[in-house]
Design a binder for this molecule. Structure first.
Ligand SMILES: Cc1cc2nc3c(=O)[nH]c(=O)nc-3n(C[C@H](O)[C@H](O)[C@H](O)COP(=O)(O)OP(=O)(O)OC[C@H]3O[C@@H](n4cnc5c(N)ncnc54)[C@H](O)[C@@H]3O)c2cc1C
Length: 427
């Protein structure tokens, strides 16, 4: 037998008493909003109770630095909170993903200190809600083909274009947005994508149209945003000009981790619901729970949950490593920008590792959650075919999770190119 042991020392998922207490507060908040969330789902309304209920326990800024009003929790705690929230449905979890994972974390990672001070404290208090505006009607899986344009004028940028499917889009106050440079005196910049902050409270002159015909995720609000000669103050550029796509892509790593975490919660809720129902429902003179084919569904659900957890928690630990490394560099460079990160080999190594694991975690957990919710509906029979049942809502919501934050086909291709090398990139 080989005497070489694999070092699993960084794979201990032990959490402190403080963290356990925090998850139990999340659990209480989930219980408090449960009935209203169900009602809102049936009436396709955003649940207004979420912001005060989760705001009072700091969830609106869970992984954000204390300096900006957040709790400063590590990624494992954040992921476990999202897992718990996921039990109440993908809609609820999507609100947090848009506000935090592909919202605040972008500012925390890439914005200047001035920008952080101007926006983050309001978002952690819940006075401003965040959203991520990358996708366009002609650019979904391939954001590099986006057609929104940005033109530099005297003391502002002029934005023209359409963004669609933007989560929290109907009521968010702060958006990050990505557009192509055009008409620039520096011809090297033309066609490159830059990232900006949209401050709707102070600059509200754009059109917001709610997307109303969704088949699931019915309490989260998605919108199309139409920008026509919209002025963005120069100070709202994030990072360096031309680095927008890198900023968006790193944000999506956090987005994927959040979707994967929520998917575990979805599956856990499906398991509880399925066990309860199968122990109550009698057909052919015995409980469904006594039928071997029903037991097989229940076993498959449990296996899916436990196997998904490994990838999600491991990704959270890797993401924490990347975070700690970035923070250590920030002491050296007051404003952390892509220019520095591009030249830093350790950053690239850590980022590629977390990118790979977040892609695998999301691909695996979302496929599993869709399959699990489908199995649960089968266990429930006709009782699961109504939006009033939790398993039906999980089924409808989890359908979206294989499409957004990187469609699962794209993630498969991405994982392949990370394993085989850039020259094998097939997308
Ligand atoms: C509920 C919901 C919420 C969303 N929230 C946001 C948000 O908050 N912010 C935001 O910016 N966007 C958001 N989106 C948009 C989302 O990111 C896109 O829908 C997603 O990137 C896929 O793009 P698309 O829908 O245009 O599909 P397409 O890009 O047209 O792809 C269609 C199908 O083709 C596959 N495909 C595409 N290219 C390839 C290839 N090279 N090889 C193999 N298969 C391929 C895809 O995997 C997919 O299955 C949301 C979408 C939904 C449904």
């Amino acid at each position: 037998m080989s005497n070489k042991f694999i070092n699993l020392s960084d794979m201990q998922f032990e959490i402190s008493k403080e963290q356990t207490n925090y998850i139990s507060k999340i659990n209480d908040a989930c219980k408090n909003i449960r009935n209203i969330e169900t009602d809102c789902y049936l009436h396709e309304r955003f649940n207004e109770n979420i912001i005060p209920e989760f705001g009072k326990i700091g969830m609106l800024g869970c992984p954000i630095s204390k300096q900006y009003g957040g709790l400063g929790y590590d990624f494992l705690t954040y992921v476990m909170a999202l897992q718990k929230i996921g039990m109440e449905g993908g809609s609820l979890r999507t609100f947090f993903s848009a506000h935090i994972s592909i919202g605040q974390l972008i500012l925390q990672n890439w914005a200047s200190i001035e920008q952080k001070k101007s926006f983050l404290p309001f978002t952690t208090k819940g006075e401003s809600i965040m959203a991520f505006a990358l996708s366009e009607p002609l650019a979904g899986s391939d954001p590099s083909s986006l057609t929104s344009t940005i033109e530099e004028k005297d003391d502002y940028f002029l934005l023209n274009g359409i963004k669609h499917w933007i989560g929290n889009g109907t009521f968010a106050d702060v958006f990050t947005i990505y557009a192509k440079e055009k008409g620039n005196v520096d011809s090297n910049l033309n066609g490159k994508i830059s990232a900006f902050i949209i401050d709707k409270k102070n600059f509200p002159d754009f059109e917001i149209v709610e997307i109303k015909d969704k088949i699931g995720l019915l309490t989260v609000k998605n919108a199309q945003l139409n920008f026509k000669n919209y002025k963005i103050p120069k100070k709202n550029l994030i990072g360096l000009r031309g680095d927008g796509l890198h900023i968006a892509y790193t944000a999506l790593i956090d987005g994927r981790l959040s979707v994967a975490a929520g998917s575990i919660g979805v599956m856990e809720d499906c398991l509880t619901e399925s066990i309860n129902h199968s122990k109550e429902r009698v057909q052919h003179n015995s409980l469904l729970a006594k039928k071997q084919l029903i037991q097989q569904h229940i076993v498959q659900i449990k296996v899916a949950i436990e196997s998904s957890k490994w990838l999600v928690y491991k990704t959270a630990l890797l993401r924490q490593k990347l975070h700690d490394y970035i923070e250590s560099l920030k002491n050296e460079y007051s404003d952390w920008i892509y220019k520095i990160s591009k030249e830093n080999k350790e950053y690239q190594k850590l980022k590629n590792e977390v990118d790979l694991f977040a892609s695998m975690a999301k691909l695996n957990a979302t496929n599993n959650a869709f399959d699990v919710s489908n199995r649960s509906i089968q266990i429930f029979g006709s009782f699961g075919y109504r939006k009033t049942s939790r398993v039906a809502r999980h089924f409808l919501d989890s359908r979206a999770t294989t499409i957004y934050e990187g469609a699962n086909e794209i993630l498969e291709l991405k994982i392949a190119s990370l394993l085989l090398g850039k020259e094998y990139k097939a997308y």
